[in-house]
Structures are given as structure tokens and as C-alpha cells.
Design a protein around this ligand. Structure first.
Ligand code: ATP
Ligand code: MG
Length: 399
């Protein structure tokens, strides 16, 4: 046990200190220890303790029962939440995912042993330094992902771990240790029992990492077949990952799925229970992927009118549009050219006042006027558009 000092947020120091003064053991554990040792900013700080949840709740003023049956209580402090979990041993795994029961234990080591990878199984406190029972430090130095204990057994308990292995290897740019890697392919069929939401969380983290191209491992290890039929049918052979694009999840999913086309991309995302906003943005990007745009303001405005501004920015990156199109985009935005019905100088009420009946044709006429304005922005004035409307067959047919 090396006694190395790690900097922790004062709130975490305070929580650990409070628990220790009450006679319990307490440590920072898991991802936060791993990330700090790697010089990465931890996403959150988790604490593991010998105290039972009721005792934790008595010691702190503001707490939430996040997962009390699993021993987790969230402590609220300075607008952040810190998860404090009682040392535990996971019981039998029924569905390859949820432990049927958890048992609390008084031994830190038993709690560390249930964790997935050696680099995630280290604990730390100022008093003890790093507690590293499975050579997580060695694996951090060798830059590899290795299961705690026997890989087949550990993946057999919870098949989600096989995706976590690939996800961490993408986030940290680590290799997967040989036995761990072999076990991934052998356990892959068990992934059929894991919920698609959980799978999606791991795939999204993988795609949003510094090494989205490692999504290929999901195919090469044979996992893709067990995620969903649509996912298995993706054109893996032609696939290219683009890490120079933005890191928003819709951008990363689009760069991964665009070759599949909008319909199949949407099917994959629906299977994985992604939110509708992401699905609709990916669908738009996949529909436009690989298409040329004439470097003319009107052509650029027409495409821009069909998507949110950030989606157009992402499309320019995805398709590698050149300087000319970027310059036109800037000009269009700087001038505030009309790009949608909301910015049109005329609306439905104006047309009704001019003698048109409400209904479908009114919508069609507004759409036609928008197209006129996308072509010639200087026509976006009420009188001009009313005159255009009066000339159109649609309006005349009603008079
Ligand atoms: P992230 O940066 O994504 O939050 P993390 O390591 O904190 O990474 P979490 O999913 O937040 O990952 O889990 C916290 C810790 O709980 C892990 O470091 C690991 O020790 C343990 N853990 C999480 N999921 C599992 C699992 N499926 N099997 C075993 N241990 C797990
Ligand atoms: Mg975490």
C-alpha cells in the first residue's frame, strides 16, 4: 500500500471525516480515484463506507434515498450530490444484470472485489492512502482494462460489463487485457438479457469519448449481434468514425450511423431508446450526409431552413463543406435572412384578412411565400408578399 496523497474536493474530505469521527470507515472509491490518478477530471466523487444507510442519514442534514435498498444515500452539499454507499457484496445475479439481493459487509476488500475492473477497484483516504488490492495501479501504468478476478465469471454475473470494458478502453485509450478480451466474445450472447437503455448509455459514452472509432470493437468481438437486429445489420465494413466532429451525442451518433441512411439510423436509435430530439437530429444529418451543396446563398438558405442552426453546423463538419459555404452561412446569419415561417413578414392572419380561408391551402401558400423569400430575401416585406399572394392561384381561387 503506497501512501500517496490525492487532492479531493473539500466536500468529499468533509464527508469522509465526518463518517470517520463517528467511528466508521470511509473512502473515495472507483472512477474518481482512477481519474485523479490519471490526471483526468472525475465526473463525480463516490464514497464507500462501513456505515449502514440509516447511520449515514443520521449524520448528514440533507440526504436523498437514491438507492437505499442497495445501500446508496446521496448527500447534498453546496448544490452537488455525493453518493455514499455502504460496503456490500452483490448476491446472485438473476438476469445477468441485477443482483437479486445485496448483502452489506464490514470489509472494504469485499466491496472492492465486487467491482468490475482493477482500475475501478481502488479506494482512497488521506489516512490510508490508496487501497489497491488488485493491482489497479499496475494496470493504470500498463494502460489496460482487466477484470477483478476471473473474467468469465465476472462477465457472467453481469454482461453489461463487456460493453463497459470497451467503453473504458475508448475513454482512456487503454487496451483490453487478453483474458478479459477473450471473455468478451464468449459472454456476448448474454447481452441479449441486458436492458437496451443500459446498453445505450455505454454506447453513447463510447461514441462521445476521445476514441469513438473503438465502436468497431463492438462488431469485432461479436457483441453487435446481441444489441438489436438493426444494430447488427449496420454497414460495419464501410464504417468510419469521425472524432474531429463535435462531442454532442447526436453528432457522434450521426457520424457513426450516417452511412446506414436516415431510416435505418432512426430504427437503431429507437431500439436503443434514445430520446426523440437526438433521433430527429440524427435522421436529418443522415439524410443530408454526403450530399453536395452549391456554394450560393439561396441554396444554403434552403438547406438551413430545414434544420436547427446547430444541426447545420454539424452537417458542415460532417460533409466537410469548404470555406465558401461557411462564409455564406456567416453572412446569412449576420444579415438575419429569413429561414423559417416564424421570420416571414406575413402570417396566416394577414392572409385571412386579405380574403383567404383558413385551412390547408393557407399553409401551402405560406410555404410558397417562404420559398420565394429563401430565394430572394429582399422580398421579405409584408406588401411585397401580399402582392405575391394575390397573384398566386391559391388565393385567387378563393375570391
Ligand atoms: P464514469 O466516469 O463513467 O462515471 P465510473 O468508474 O465512475 O465511470 P460508474 O458507472 O459511475 O463508473 O460506477 C462507479 C463504480 O462502480 C465503478 O468505478 C465500479 O467500481 C463500480 N461499478 C459500476 N458498474 C459496475 C458493474 N456493472 N459491475 C461492477 N462494478 C461496477
Ligand atoms: Mg461515476
Amino acid at each position: 500500500m503506497k501512501k500517496q496523497r490525492i487532492a479531493m474536493p473539500p466536500q468529499v474530505e468533509g464527508i469522509i471525516e465526518r463518517l470517520r469521527q463517528a467511528g466508521f470507515e470511509a473512502y473515495a472509491v472507483g472512477g474518481c480515484v482512477r481519474d485523479t490518478l490519471l490526471g483526468r477530471e472525475p465526473g463525480d466523487w463516490d464514497i464507500t463506507t462501513s456505515a449502514r444507510p440509516e447511520a449515514v442519514k443520521r449524520l448528514f442534514r440533507r440526504t436523498i434515498d437514491t438507492g437505499i435498498q442497495h445501500g446508496t444515500v446521496t448527500i447534498l452539499m453546496d448544490k452537488s450530490g455525493y453518493e455514499v454507499t455502504t460496503y456490500r457484496i452483490d448476491g446472485e445475479y438473476e438476469d445477468g444484470r441485477h443482483p437479486k439481493e445485496v448483502a452489506f459487509t464490514s470489509e472494504l476488500l469485499e466491496d472492492l472485489r465486487r467491482r468490475d475492473f482493477t482500475i475501478n477497484a481502488m479506494a482512497y483516504s488521506h489516512e490510508t492512502g490508496i487501497v489497491d488490492a488488485f493491482d489497479g495501479m499496475g494496470d493504470l501504468n500498463r494502460r489496460r482494462i482487466r477484470c477483478v478476478g476471473n473474467a468469465m465469471e465476472r462477465f457472467g454475473e453481469d454482461a453489461l460489463r463487456i460493453l463497459r470494458a470497451i467503453r473504458f478502453s475508448a475513454q482512456l485509450d487503454f487496451a483490453v487485457e487478453e483474458k478479459t478480451y477473450e471473455a468478451i466474445s464468449r459472454i456476448a450472447p448474454n447481452l441479449a438479457k441486458v436492458s437496451r437503455e443500459r446498453i445505450q448509455v455505454e454506447l453513447t459514452k463510447l461514441l462521445c469519448s476521445d476514441h469513438p472509432e473503438k465502436i468497431r470493437e463492438v462488431y469485432e468481438t461479436g457483441i453487435s449481434k446481441y444489441i438489436s437486429p438493426a444494430f447488427a445489420r449496420l454497414p460495419w465494413r464501410d464504417f468510419q468514425a469521425r472524432k474531429e466532429l463535435g462531442t454532442e451525442k447526436y453528432v457522434r451518433w450521426a457520424s457513426f450511423l450516417c452511412l446506414a441512411g436516415p431510416e435505418r439510423a432512426a430504427e437503431v436509435l429507437k431500439d436503443l431508446k434514445l430520446d426523440n430530439d437526438t433521433i430527429s437530429k440524427v435522421r436529418t444529418l443522415a439524410a443530408w450526409a454526403g450530399r453536395e451543396v452549391r456554394p450560393e446563398a439561396a441554396a444554403v438558405r434552403r438547406i438551413m431552413s430545414g434544420m436547427a442552426p446547430e444541426v447545420w453546423d454539424a452537417l458542415m463538419e460532417l460533409n466537410g463543406y469548404g470555406e465558401e459555404i461557411k462564409r455564406l452561412t456567416e453572412e446569412i446569419r449576420a444579415r438575419g435572412d429569413c429561414l423559417g415561417l416564424k421570420q416571414l413578414a406575413i402570417d396566416g392572419r394577414d392572409l385571412i384578412a386579405a380574403g383567404m380561408q383558413p385551412g390547408k391551402e393557407l399553409g401551402q401558400l405560406l410555404q410558397k411565400l417562404l420559398e420565394t423569400v429563401l430565394e430572394c430575401p429582399q422580398k421579405n416585406e409584408k406588401e411585397i408578399l401580399l402582392a405575391e399572394a394575390k397573384n398566386s392561384n391559391l388565393l385567387q381561387s378563393r375570391q
